[in-house]
Ligand binder design. Sequence first.
Ligand code: ACM
Ligand code: ZN
Length: 485
Amino acid sequence: MVLPIIPYPNKVKFTNDTVHAAALKTDKVDIDTALPREGYRLTIAKEGVSIAAGDEAGAFYAQQSLRQLRDGGGDVPCCIIDDAPRFPFRSYMLDVARHMFPIEDIKKHVDAIALMKMNRFHIHLTDDQGWRVPIAKYPKVAEMKRQETKFGSLRNPTYKGDNEPYGGYYTVEELKDLVDYCAKRHITVIPEFDIPGHTNCAIAAYSHLSCRNEQIQPRNREGVSKVILCVGKDEVMEFVYDCLEVFCDIFPGEYFHIGGDEAPKSRWKSCPHCQKRMKDNSLENEQQLQGWFNKQVAAFLAQRGKKTIVWNEGLYSGQMGNEVIGQRWFDPGFYAIRFANSGGKIIMSDNSSCYVDYLYSRLPLKKVYRYNPLKFGLNKRGKAGVMGLEAPLWTEYVKDIERASFQAFPRICATAELGWTAPSLGRKTPRPYSDFVARLRDFIPQLQALGVNSAPESIWNGSGRVNKLRTFPAVPRGADFLEDN
Ligand code: ACM
Ligand code: ZN
């Protein structure tokens, strides 16, 4: 017997009876601190339903299981569910810098991830192409518009522009409202202020933020720019701290993501300010300069009670300690793995298994479900350092919530299950893939009821029809292409 619940509960004991779904209600929840954090026991019997939970989050997750059973309809087997998450960190990332989405639309995705017991929402707020948080002291950054958006592919130099200026930002009130909305669903919002790379929008507003005071525009297409923040200038550090202060005021959660990915070092190599900073701090190379920068920012955030997260490039200095958490996405040097093996904490989000902006043909649902975040040469200590996993949705080619839903769902349902449900001994996936898909079919109407439209089953494992459904080419992204701007 299988319960129609995603993610599947870790332990279910069936008790030879059934109740009708409509009768599944409970008013009574006991908090029992002997149960694990985020854990719960849900007892479904003819006489009624009862919940005991390790904490408020556990009680909320018991309700999500119950809700899925109720909304699934029909007869539900009586059972005792003893459940608690495999990982404490279960996350979805939305890039609102490349394209932004109305807060009301974002809330639909929040509702969906809450139903799947995810507990982090990582919001990528700043990038080369846009900046979505108003900063009173630097009003121009959020006012910037890119001149148009170019669609194409780094592997195919034919980009087509749409001739439409694009910009905008959220108000502080909107962002705080989103934070409250998430908190009510036991979801911590993790803001990302991506520094020192991916900062063309800020530099377009204030050219002195770059090494050479370059006059540039916000980037109009995907890719990686060589123009990055000059961390040798004190006024750039002041800008960074001023922005961090604003972000910290809006986002009260315990984590803060400072990006750190794709920051080419060519400008730093020939910049007198950066070279002086290196000399003054006895730094041997530009990777170490990024390490120094990370440490300054992490110390600033630690004073405000925050833990700092960096993408794996933020570990390349080889000098990072427990002041940061590493997030693995594309890490051929296995820096994140080595970091964990020597005692660091990491989040797993390998692009090849977790990036839901990829075509379904490039990242089929089956492949997402088969992702094993505890492989890659992690030793015992390294495995213990894996806090959990994340599915990021980058939006260079995603301009509305419909497309975002299409990309994310149902693939992030697989991520949610990987984060919650431990594979039993000898199994590589939490449950057999066919079992997951059968539950998914029942679950999709529940997502629809939240306003979230999944991709059709015919393309989950890549039929190639995806491009016909939207005019945007959802092209492969590459990490290895550097451009002047
Ligand atoms: C990334 O995809 N640049 C983190
Ligand atoms: Zn510089």
